[in-house]
Design a protein around this ligand. Structure first.
Ligand SMILES: NC(=O)c1ccc[n+]([C@@H]2O[C@H](COP(=O)([O-])OP(=O)(O)OC[C@H]3O[C@@H](n4cnc5c(N)ncnc54)[C@H](O)[C@@H]3O)[C@@H](O)[C@H]2O)c1
Length: 337
């Protein structure tokens, strides 16, 4: 079955997803939506897309689309996704899935009501090193995971434009980068529910009206806890984006560089398990990760399966972000039970 795919937004990530769509079997790139005609024409020419629309309503009125990739500024994620889902079009929406958990819930309900699938593009779940570490956790190599430590931080760099304007982005580094680290930690732990969140969120390095620094403590229903750092323009980070460490009862594991250390207390030795990934990647966010992500979306449509990460996972991440902001405002631990 050929899947006819459309895209909203013609910026950086939309091009990544369009390349991923071109790499799939039997996926046709049929339409593009953007309010800026020039960049839309350029995108359409690059990807041989025939139909161009100034807004989502015009696209949906015309029909002839099975799936939509939503790649616009964050404030448009919920309205564009909901419009498509209500029209029976399957949606893969970029992270953060919405401005807040309330919008995310409305998106989940729209998907449940129409039966159209909703996937949230938490891309790191499709990274081979994340998959390897998840498999080690699942096999019990590290014992129960008690603590995780991870971050989504840009060192000596930060985005500009709409990313730093609360009207369009909702939040700053936490919604942009921290959410990656939150999702990676949760995925590695086997998707437990969060029970409470404590956070300090601030704007330390930039002039905009959104956060550029955060430290978040998440307690999970399985007894584990996670420390997450989010940042733009930080002078240092403990590794590249989405790096996460796992402290298990039997050993320690890490992403980027990815390896395990399993101590033998009696022998006073530590064995390192190195899966052989390059210590530093040429491209930290490689196209293949996005190709695998889109393949999952397309497979879920064809096989009538619920995408993971889908609305459920995206919504949990938004609840954590909302709770972190609330905790930081009030200086209190926020319960999510
Ligand atoms: N998963 C990842 O690795 C990753 C990486 C980058 C960005 N993202 C996410 O993707 C989304 C887009 O980010 P980006 O870096 O591509 O931003 P960008 O600024 O490069 O692109 C945004 C696009 O949306 C378009 N746009 C704005 N208003 C519109 C409207 N009303 N209708 C249609 N199009 C409109 C802009 O013209 C632009 O083409 C964000 O939510 C961001 O968080 C994810």
């Amino acid at each position: 079955m050929t899947i006819r795919m459309a895209f909203t937004g013609t910026g950086h990530i939309s091009r990544v997803h369009a390349r991923a769509a071109q790499a799939q079997e039997d996926v046709e790139l049929v339409a593009i939506v953007n309010h800026r005609e020039e960049s839309m024409a350029d995108f359409a020419a690059q990807f041989h897309i025939a139909r161009q629309y100034p807004n989502i309503e015009a696209l949906l009125a015309d029909g002839g689309v099975d799936a939509l990739s939503v790649n616009t500024p964050n404030y448009l994620h919920a309205p564009q996704s909901i419009a498509a889902l209500q029209a029976g079009v399957h949606v893969m929406v970029e992270k953060p899935m919405a401005l807040n958990a309330e919008e995310a819930l409305a998106m989940q309900r729209a998907s449940q009501a129409s039966g159209a699938k909703l996937m949230v593009a938490h891309c790191w779940r499709f990274d081979e090193e994340v998959s390897w570490l998840r498999a080690q956790v699942k096999s019990g190599q590290l014992g129960d995971i008690l603590r995780t430590k991870g971050h989504g931080v840009h060192v000596n760099w930060g985005p500009g434009g709409w990313f730093t304007d609360a009207r369009y982005a909702g939040g700053g580094a936490l919604a942009d980068m921290g959410i990656h680290a939150i999702d990676v930690a949760r995925c590695l732990l086997g998707d437990p529910q969060p029970t409470s969140v404590y956070a300090r969120i601030s704007t330390d390095y930039t002039q905009g009206d959104v956060d550029d620094s955060g430290t978040i403590w998440i307690n999970w229903a399985n007894g584990a806890s996670s420390i997450i750092e989010s940042g733009w323009w930080w002078p240092h980070a403990d590794g590249p984006e989405a790096s996460t460490q796992l402290y298990g009862r039997r050993g320690w594991g890490q992403l980027f560089p990815t390896r395990l250390e399993i101590p033998d207390r009696e022998a006073a030795t530590v064995s390192t398990i190195d899966p052989g990934f390059p210590p530093v990647r040429e491209d930290h966010c490689p196209q293949i990760m996005y190709d695998r992500q889109l393949a999952h979306f397309i497979n879920c449509i064809r096989a009538d399966k619920t995408p993971v990460p889908g609305a459920a996972e995206g919504l949990v991440n938004m609840r954590i972000v909302d709770a972190a902001l609330e905790s930081s405002r009030n200086g209190s631990l926020v319960s999510l039970l």
